[in-house]
Design a binder for this molecule. Structure first.
Ligand SMILES: NC(=O)c1ccc[n+]([C@@H]2O[C@H](COP(=O)([O-])OP(=O)(O)OC[C@H]3O[C@@H](n4cnc5c(N)ncnc54)[C@H](OP(=O)(O)O)[C@@H]3O)[C@@H](O)[C@H]2O)c1
Length: 320
């Protein structure tokens, strides 16, 4: 089968569109014929091996998993003998090691049935960004109806889902984005917009979800109520060795000495969270906006576009 592979860390020039063996289901696996694969910043981090501290987990010289991509939506081709939740022909979405391929395989717990409301493109865009938005708001942020919520990076992959979820939770949402995306964020349901390219961030918020990761902690804390919660999700501006880790550690330590809740998010795929997302999508509470699609051989272009840090909604790789 065809796949996007990589044999050393580096930029997209390290990626190849090549033939690899079909993955096998083993006892507990679900083999999926990939219809669409989501693109998100974790793909770039795994490809480059940056920040370098991540190589402790990813592999010292090259990613342990040769095929890139993580988010997936497709049709079940085969299941292992112990799998009871899915059967061939089921439409599913979830996370797999290596979704930029014609077929991908992972244990059954990594998948959910695809919500009928979502096409394959939308379903493939949901898992990582959606789980990040949901755990950031619900678990780290302890979001409650009636709160004022500030979403920094509201137009991006995580942010545009967070805006929808925060509205679903009954909050008043202010989205921070550049002017070109203001209308987009407004249409997602944001009550107020701050164009960070022309305005300074003002107001007091019960919860801030920060995807941009470049504003100093004191500035973000000054926008919080006395007992408000700041959830640090992203930021690509840190050093090549530790990335955003330094800022996240400082916030976590500081949290012990203040009534404000300062949290650094590490959103790992969890079956319960994916299940909740599937329910929310089925109910129409959240739906990814696909702003660009790429054929599988052009996956590198999708990653390069995302690396600019100014994406709107989600990009998806389409696999015939
Ligand atoms: N902690 C975790 O577990 C976790 C999980 C997923 C993602 N992340 C991280 O979260 C970050 C966002 O991910 P994503 O998928 O949403 O990325 P994305 O799709 O590339 O979106 C990034 C957004 O940030 C906005 N932005 C850029 N500079 C900004 C600034 N100075 N102020 C406000 N907004 C700004 C951009 O909006 P404009 O175009 O309007 O500038 C863009 O829409 C990344 O750093 C990613 O690595 C972390």
């Amino acid at each position: 089968m065809k796949a996007i592979t990589q044999d050393a860390y580096g930029g997209t020039e390290m990626l190849s569109y090549t033939d690899v063996p079909m993955p096998e289901t083993g006892q507990d696996g679900v083999l999926v014929r990939v219809r669409a694969a989501g693109v998100d910043p974790s793909v770039w981090h795994i490809m480059t091996g940056e920040p370098r501290i991540a190589r402790l987990a990813l592999g010292p010289r090259r990613p342990r998993e040769r095929v890139r991509g993580w988010d997936v939506a497709g049709v079940v081709e085969a299941v292992g003998p112990r799998v009871t939740e899915f059967k061939p022909g089921d439409e599913v979405f979830g996370t797999v090691p290596g979704s930029f391929a014609e077929f991908a395989c992972a244990p059954a717990v990594k998948f959910q049935h695809k919500p009928v409301r979502l096409g394959f493109e939308q379903a493939a865009a949901l898992p990582i960004s959606g789980m990040t938005a949901l755990t950031g708001l619900r678990d780290a942020g302890r979001i409650e109806a009636g709160q004022k919520v500030l979403i920094i990076g509201a137009a991006g992959g995580v942010g545009h889902l967070a805006v929808q979820l925060a509205k679903h939770f009954g909050t008043e949402v202010t989205g921070v984005c550049s002017g070109k995306s203001a209308e987009f964020v407004k249409e997602l349901g944001a009550d107020h917009i701050i164009d960070y390219t022309t305005e300074t961030l003002t107001g007091r918020y019960d919860l801030i979800l920060d995807m941009a990761g470049i504003r100093p902690l004191p500035q973000l804390r000054s926008l919080l109520t006395g007992t408000g919660a700041l959830v640090l999700v992203g930021g690509e501006g840190g050093g090549r060795v530790f990335g955003a880790l330094d800022r996240m550690l400082r916030a976590t330590l500081l949290s012990a000495f203040t009534r404000q809740r300062l949290r650094a998010l590490l959103a790992l795929p969890a079956p319960e969270t994916l299940h909740t997302l599937a329910e929310l999508a089925s109910a129409g509470a959240v739906a990814p906006c696909i702003t660009r699609t790429y054929p599988l051989p052009e996956a590198a272009a999708a990653i390069d576009a995302l690396a600019t840090g100014h994406s709107r909604g989600k990009a998806v790789i389409l696999v015939d």
